[in-house]
Design a protein around this ligand. Structure first.
Ligand SMILES: *Cc1c(COP(=O)(O)O)cnc(C)c1O
Length: 405
């Protein structure tokens, strides 16, 4: 496959060469089971513990607070279901937001079917949860609050420290889905004061099929998988040694010059946003200009079918996504954009470009140029756009494009 321009880093990231090299021996010569009592086993145990320290260090956590899982989704399911079961006697109320990833939302639906009550907090136009809304929603029987660190679709960063503080005042645990923020922006569990934090290896230069859950010392969770005593009895199943090693190495590398990299990627993103706004009519930036993940640029175009645009870019060798990779093909407008107050017809015209450090300005120039061509072409076939152009209908849409159009 010849990927020309990859701008979908929120879907997955290329595995770093150093990470591949670190993993390879554990698929071949060094294949021991970490539970075995001889040298090969002890060696595997040691490299897992090193990876645990590498991940912990990025968060300012201690290694015993990190448990490896089979993916980010598993870590979310475990955090939600494990905390709900553990807190069952105290209460059955959970609070989350309306813009969470489906790994959290569908875990909440599962719990609702089992007698738990879930409150879904609204968000601002920029996709941010209001701390006051959380305070009002907290009850005596609230056992868990789960709010993502940063949104996967529009990149908005949530006020996690304040939200966690509000939850703790009422005795609830606080979980955050950090899959798109961990190793991209600096996160400290001491500053954030979260109890549970989940992330996934393949969103920061590691392999797919491995993730972790941070569990604050003193917090106990019902195990999610039952079996052997691996991971201190918290997560049964033989450890995925090679991938855990890979994720540890990716975490270690990401911590080197993280701030500098975030600034660099943020500058590329700002360049992209500036050009898009200047050159494409009726193009809206979703979320806030400043308070967003460094690599995220999410747009809505009026009178354009976002999935058609993504397909055309794909044919040009440009990898992008609609609102998110997971809902692609569902034909549904993004629940995140709807929760942010966008009308369905605009939400259906969304495009997410997520940049990584290897992207260049020349690539951005090419992408903007192709988007301009496709947007104009798709609009030329839209009867609604024709009506709009002639001033006959759809003028209300202009309010979503201040200073543009
Ligand atoms: C990031 C992401 C997830 C969560 O991480 P996994 O390790 O893949 O579970 C799930 N689905 C999609 C589409 C994602 O982009």
């Amino acid at each position: 496959m010849n990927v020309q321009i990859y701008m979908d880093h929120a879907a997955t990231t290329p595995v770093r060469r150093e990470v591949v090299n670190a993993m390879l021996p554990f698929f071949t010569d060094r294949f021991g089971n970490p539970s075995s009592p001889y040298r090969e086993g002890m060696e595997a145990r040691q490299v897992i513990d090193r990876a645990r320290s590498q991940v912990a260090e990025v968060l300012g956590a201690s290694p015993e607070e990190i448990t490896f899982t089979g993916c980010g989704t598993e870590a979310d399911n475990w955090a939600l279901v494990g905390a709900a079961e553990m807190g069952r006697r105290r209460g059955r109320h959970i609070i989350t937001s309306s813009v969470e990833h489906h790994a959290v939302l569908n875990s909440c639906r599962y719990l609702e079917q089992r007698g738990y009550r879930v409150t879904y907090l609204p968000v601002s136009e920029e996709g941010v949860v209001f701390v006051e809304d959380l305070r009002r929603a907290l009850r005596r029987d609230t056992i868990l609050v789960s709010i993502m660190t940063a949104n996967n679709e529009v990149g908005s960063i949530q006020p996690i420290a304040q939200l966690a503080e509000a939850a703790h005042e009422r005795g609830a645990l606080f979980h955050t889905y950090s899959v798109h923020a961990f190793a991209h922006i600096s996160l400290s569990v001491e500053e954030l004061q979260v109890d549970l934090l989940s992330a996934s290896g393949h969103k920061f230069g590691g392999p797919k099929g491995v993730g972790f859950l941070y569990i604050r010392d003193g917090v106990s969770l019902e195990p999610f998988l039952h079996g052997g005593g691996q991971e201190s009895g918290r997560r049964a199943g033989t450890e995925n040694v090679a991938e855990i090693v890979g994720m540890g190495e990716a975490a270690r590398l990401s911590a080197i010059r993280m701030e500098e990299r975030a600034v660099h990627v943020g500058q590329l993103r700002n360049y992209l946003i500036r050009r898009m706004r200047r050159e494409i009519p009726l193009c809206r930036l979703n979320g806030s200009q400043e308070n967003r993940l460094p690599g995220n640029a999410s747009f809505c175009f009026a009178f354009v079918d976002g999935s058609a645009l993504v397909l055309r870019l794909g044919a040009d060798g440009i990898c992008a996504s609609g609102a998110s990779a997971c809902t692609a093909g569902s034909g549904q407008p993004s629940h995140v954009l709807l929760a942010m107050g966008l009308p369905g017809e605009l939400a259906a015209g969304s495009l997410r470009l997520t940049l990584g450090e290897e992207n260049t300005r020349a690539q951005i120039d090419r992408v903007v140029e192709r988007i301009a061509v496709h947007v104009a072409e798709l609009r030329s076939r839209s009867p609604a756009y024709e009506e709009f152009r002639q001033g006959r209908a759809h003028r209300g849409i202009l309010r979503y494009f201040p200073g543009n159009g």
